[in-house]
Design a protein around this ligand. Sequence first.
Ligand code: NDP
Length: 447
Amino acid sequence: MKSSKELTKILDLLKARYPAEPEFHQAVAEVLTSIWPFVRSNPKYQAARIVERLIEPERAILFRVAWMDRHGAVQVNRGYRVQMNSAIGPYKGGLRFHPTVTLGTLKFLAFEQVLKNALTTLPLGGAKGGSDFDPKGKSEEEVMRFCQAFMSELHRHLGDDVDVPGGDIGVGTREIGYLFGQYRRLTTEFSGSFTGKGLYWGGSRIREEATGYGLIYFVEEMLRTRGNSINKKVIAISGSGNVAQYAAERAIAVGAKVITLSDSDGFIHDPDGVNEEKLAFVKELKNIRRGRIKEFAQKFKCDYHPGKRPWGVKCQIALPCATQNELDGRDADSLLRHGCICVAEGANMPCTHDAISTFVDRRILFGPGKAANAGGVSVGGLEMTQNSMGLQWTRDDVDRRLREIMRAIHSQCVRFGEQKGFVNYVVGANIAGFRKVAEAMLEQGVV
Ligand code: NDP
């Protein structure tokens, strides 16, 4: 899509102002390029400088996290919370603990989160936070001590109606337990200011499953637009964490065959398909023993490809569910060569700009993360609703609402992304999310 001078100016200024944040530039460029014709056709957005305001966080908190490891040595990490936009609701977005975390990574994630949350139909603003702390190889006590030290600062910036974090890479139920415990101790109140909580202390059913299940519900909707279904399709999944595990679980339940999983060391290729028993092994391996995916190949006697990503295998559906920029233009070509008809992003920004252009140009079904992986934050929003009502809904109740939300997200993508018989989900998701936030910002004045 051709970009105008004004857009180039905005992107150049962003790069000059924040030169060390390439992932943030990438996410902003991708979104702004796709919505620019819409922005230009609505001069009120340009007059109020909505775009310029949208790409500047309302607040970014940076803090030191000092803690003592099991050898008695003092460790110093960096903590962050980027509160990007609260025009449509309190800040909401996960915490990521991974050594690669920087302010730029979190700004890209927070920016995406604003538009994603707007798509969910729920009143949620956007934020993201985390630390360069690496939970891998740490003892239980070290993880707990780190979480407590992290929360000792962050707690003053949170609250039910202020900012409600959840999980992301490296932050699962265990970490949320330690974070919430410290939050409760410091604030002396039990409130719903965290999502992803345990079921006995305010958590929602289906929250753990939500991103992966929601991804498959979205894929089913996309396939339906072409009179197709997921049953018997061969699926390549990357990652083996929360999103990958539950995407695989749901895909298997509806009759698809999942043939790959991965971690940061490599991927397994199991042409017979990962069944329920094998998936139970993966959950125990990754969530309890915290081992490496190559053990899967040893146990079930299939191929393991160290240092590689799974996009060279023959599949009809590809679901990148690990991390950003894990599927590039060459991977996209390879998937298309092997007959892939649908790609949906379980992770945030896993496909590079080149990969996305390839999928869109070839008119296959491509579901961008802000739509396809919005199930997690949606059930996070439903957890907040249950907390404020003092209720806990049944599994069926939450699952039904999750399906409805994924369907509504899909409809918005179709409404704003329809281009002469082809649904451009990237354009659809970006315009639908942007429009809602932009209208709220306009109505609330210059703040
Ligand atoms: P987990 O920590 O549970 O799992 C992450 C998986 O990705 C692991 O298999 C991990 O391998 C792999 N991975 C992480 N970093 C890299 C890397 N640099 N290169 C290759 N593989 C890597 O995280 P989640 O499943 O929660 O999150 C995965 C993605 O989904 C992220 O992009 C996240 O932002 C996104 N997401 C998550 C949501 C949620 O509800 N959890 C909601 C919406 C989006 P290893 O074990 O080796 O680190």
